[in-house]
Design a protein around this ligand. Structure first.
Ligand SMILES: Nc1ncnc2c1ncn2[C@@H]1O[C@H](COP(=O)(O)OP(=O)(O)OP(=O)(O)O)[C@@H](O)[C@H]1O
Ligand SMILES: [Mn+2]
Length: 269
């Protein structure tokens, strides 16, 4: 009696919902055969799950990944506050290697799902901008660390709350983030001062914008400088989100509604 299995069984006991993160087909099939209901959280619905939450980024930080899955499941009314959720994840490799039990309360909710899915801009556009910022953080510009500020969505209003620092290289072009050539241009222009403005659909509206948002009601951590403050504040003053790569600490941060929602270390991707 009192075997390890018995001891650990308490981890999954009385769970309200099971979230399977990127399960293999065989794992998912076995799970289905047991008749257990599960929500699949993955980049794509490769197992044809009935209940599915799409992950826009791999989220190397497992807490972020789990938060995203839970918030997504809550948004789809599959999980409620007060539920006990069991998350089956892979941390070190592709195979399932961890079970995490989470009691869902208000503190679980950071807005990480909301950032991608309930913003003005398309989720794919937000993901593409994230990817550019992460790559830029990994490689820098010609080996040197660079910073960058991308304001995504609600571009008309953002343009009204900002001014041009110089000639806009994207003035007459119709180019979109996610296109490999455009991503190279964005990286090249990251040496310039100011912000990139991206529309809801991913069109690069401008580079070189100096943001002049009202800063009241902005709640961002002390110690971040003017770029982060301006990026955070514009998301309070408009319905845009901001993705900021810091030149000084190398992290990529996302802001929405004047709040810091997500911090990602490009070196971990
Ligand atoms: N209001 C603004 N609008 C657009 N860009 C800005 C604004 N304020 C600062 N920046 C840009 O941010 C750059 C860095 O400024 P600062 O060092 O104060 O920001 P920071 O938040 O500390 O960012 P980092 O972590 O990259 O140093 C500036 O050179 C400028 O290009
Ligand atoms: Mn700085």
């Amino acid at each position: 009696m009192g075997s390890l299995t018995d001891q650990l069984a308490s981890l999954v006991e009385d769970a309200d919902v099971v979230l399977l993160f990127s399960p293999s087909t065989s794992f998912y099939t076995r799970f289905e055969e047991m008749g257990s209901a599960a929500v699949v959280v993955a980049a794509e619905n490769a197992v044809d799950a009935e209940e599915f939450v799409e992950l826009p980024l791999p989220f190397e930080n497992v807490r972020d990944r789990i938060r995203f899955g839970i918030e997504g499941a809550m948004d789809a009314d599959l999980v409620d506050e007060g539920d006990e959720v069991v998350c089956v994840v892979s941390i070190f490799g592709d195979a399932t290697d961890a079970v995490v039990r989470v009691g869902v309360d208000s503190t679980i909710h950071t807005g990480i799902y909301d950032l991608f899915v309930n913003s003005r801009a398309d989720p794919g556009v937000i993901r593409d901008v994230f990817e550019v910022a992460i790559e830029l953080g990994q490689k820098g510009q010609k080996g040197k660390p660079v910073g960058a500020l991308f304001v995504v969505g609600d571009a008309g209003k953002v343009m009204n709350k900002s001014r041009s620092l110089s000639y806009n290289p994207f003035e007459k072009s119709h180019v979109y983030v996610g296109d490999p050539i455009v991503n190279v241009m964005l990286k090249e222009f990251s040496r310039l001062d100011g912000a990139f403005i991206v529309s809801d659909s991913g069109k690069i509206v401008s580079a070189y914008r100096y943001l002049e948002p009202a800063a009241e009601g902005v709640d961002i951590p002390k110690g971040l400088g003017a770029r982060h403050m301006a990026g955070g504040a514009i998301t309070r003053d408009t319905n845009a989100i901001a993705i900021v790569l810091s030149e000084s600490d190398g992290l990529v941060r996302a802001f929405k509604g004047g709040r810091l929602i997500l911090e990602v270390d490009p070196e971990e991707y």
